[in-house]
Design a protein around this ligand. Structure first.
Ligand SMILES: Cc1cc2nc3c(=O)[nH]c(=O)nc-3n(C[C@H](O)[C@H](O)[C@H](O)COP(=O)(O)OP(=O)(O)OC[C@H]3O[C@@H](n4cnc5c(N)ncnc54)[C@H](O)[C@@H]3O)c2cc1C
Length: 400
């Protein structure tokens, strides 16, 4: 929120309560009176609440409205790892296309990296009409400081209406920092996006209250409107090799590329099977497995089907399998062609991460388990009998 803030000098006694309360380090005491640094103040109101002497007034009715009309275009931050554009970027370009068309603006991609020029064509083929491209060795692998600085500078110069980013580890870390710096709203973890065409607002839908309701969030007063979007929820943009894009190459002083952290190395997780978020088939195990050793059964079925291994949070919390396998609200969202849930009850937080799978097979000994409500096929039985029997049969049929 923007507004006006006033210190009543006759009431202020320099007690420093507001200094301590300010999350933005925007207040100091001079001559025993509070002084607000307007460059840092976000009008959050924390100081007003902390003041015991009614010495600070925040006027909301004097809201200084941002000039929203200068903001245009839909931007997609295109994540790359080791120079390879991540598939979430193509999903965002697919969704971004729809939003840009509804707003009648351009769809733009932002690509940061080192020696990734050859990837530009992939982005135009997926529908980006403009590509903001910054190439620098400091941007080879993601680092918070230089990536944030560069995206902030681009957003300040070109004023996008919307910025979309994957709700990935990188995306979450990056755009939250950018949003704070440019005083923009940010909705994390969206599962649906649309446009209110009358108001030109981005409708950002995400699960709330433990997934029990879907909340649609708008950002009426600030630009850009920023959202991170879950992987595998949106469809990838189709490829059209005839498309070309305008490329805007930017370079920044070395100062911008500085980082307070040093990347010591990147250790790839050893995946015995295929990547969970990308997999066409996922076999997941839950508390019903009874112990870590029984995940061997899940891995065996997954290997037979060339599938990825997933897990419920109960199994992860019990340390039976690493967190990277967790499916659900606080884990990964998957959307495979086939999801096989073994010994998973089907609590809402798990369902959020897998319910859009095309075919869901649930194996559970409890006929009333909630997972059966969303399952395409339910097998009521003991997983210790059902899973090995399935593996055996698949091995026979698939000749593996
Ligand atoms: C804020 C929040 C976020 C959360 N995020 C997630 C998340 O991201 N992902 C997630 O999964 N959970 C999440 N949870 C936890 C979630 O609420 C459940 O506790 C969890 O999903 C339960 O895991 P489960 O189904 O493996 O275990 P349980 O609910 O204990 O179910 C085990 C199932 O196994 C069956 N079973 C037992 N033995 C056998 C057998 N021999 N053969 C066949 N079936 C058998 C039982 O009938 C039962 O249905 C979250 C919770 C909260 C509060």
């Amino acid at each position: 929120m923007a507004g006006s803030i006033t210190i009543f000098l006759d009431k202020c006694n320099g007690c420093t309560l507001c200094v301590e309360a300010c999350p933005f380090d925007a207040i100091h005491i001079a001559n025993k009176k509070a002084v607000i640094d307007m460059a840092k103040c976000t009008f959050c109101g924390a100081c007003v609440e902390s003041c015991e002497f009614n010495a600070i007034e925040l006027k909301e009715d004097a809201c200084v409205k941002q000039d929203l009309s200068r903001y245009k275009d839909v931007w997609v931050f295109c994540e790359q790892k080791k120079g390879v554009i991540q598939s979430i970027s193509f999903e965002l370009l697919g969704e971004g296309r729809k939003l840009a068309d509804k707003l009648g603006v351009k769809l733009c991609a932002v690509l940061l990296g080192s020696a990734v020029e050859s990837r530009i064509a992939e982005l135009s083929e997926r529908g980006a009409e403009k590509i903001y491209f910054v190439d620098h060795p400091a941007l080879a692998a993601f680092q918070d400081d230089p990536y944030t600085e560069v995206l902030v500078k681009l957003a300040q110069e070109y004023a996008p209406e919307i910025i979309l980013c994957g709700a990935t580890t990188i995306g979450r870390s990056l755009v939250s920092r950018v949003a704070v710096r440019i005083n923009a709203g940010l909705t994390a973890d969206c599962t649906g996006l649309d446009i209110d065409e009358k108001e030109r607002l981005l409708l950002q839908t995400r699960p709330a209250f433990g997934g029990n309701i879907m909340a649609t969030i708008i950002t009426p007063n600030h630009r850009p409107q920023m959202a991170t979007v879950r992987h595998k929820v949106m469809k990838e943009a189709a490829t059209d090799k005839s498309r070309t894009a305008e490329v805007i190459r930017k370079s920044y002083p070395e100062e911008v590329m500085k980082s307070r952290t040093r990347l010591a190395g990147i250790v790839a997780e050893i995946e015995e099977t295929v990547n969970l978020a990308e997999a066409d088939i996922v076999v997941s195990g839950g508390r019903g497995l009874g112990g870590p050793e029984n995940f061997a059964m899940i891995r065996e079925l997954a290997k037979t089907l060339n599938a990825a291994v997933g897990a419920s949070r109960a199994a992860v919390d019990a340390d039976w399998i690493p967190y990277s396998h967790q499916v659900g609200q606080t884990g990964k969202t998957v959307c495979p062609k086939l999801y096989i849930a073994c010994g998973i009850s089907g609590q809402i937080q798990h369902l959020i991460g897998m319910q859009s799978s095309k075919v869901i097979v649930a194996i559970n000994k409890d006929p009333d388990a909630p997972i059966f409500k969303i399952a395409t096929y339910g097998i009521i039985g003991d997983l210790f009998q059902v899973v090995p029997a399935l593996t055996k049969e698949f091995k026979r049929v698939l000749n593996r």
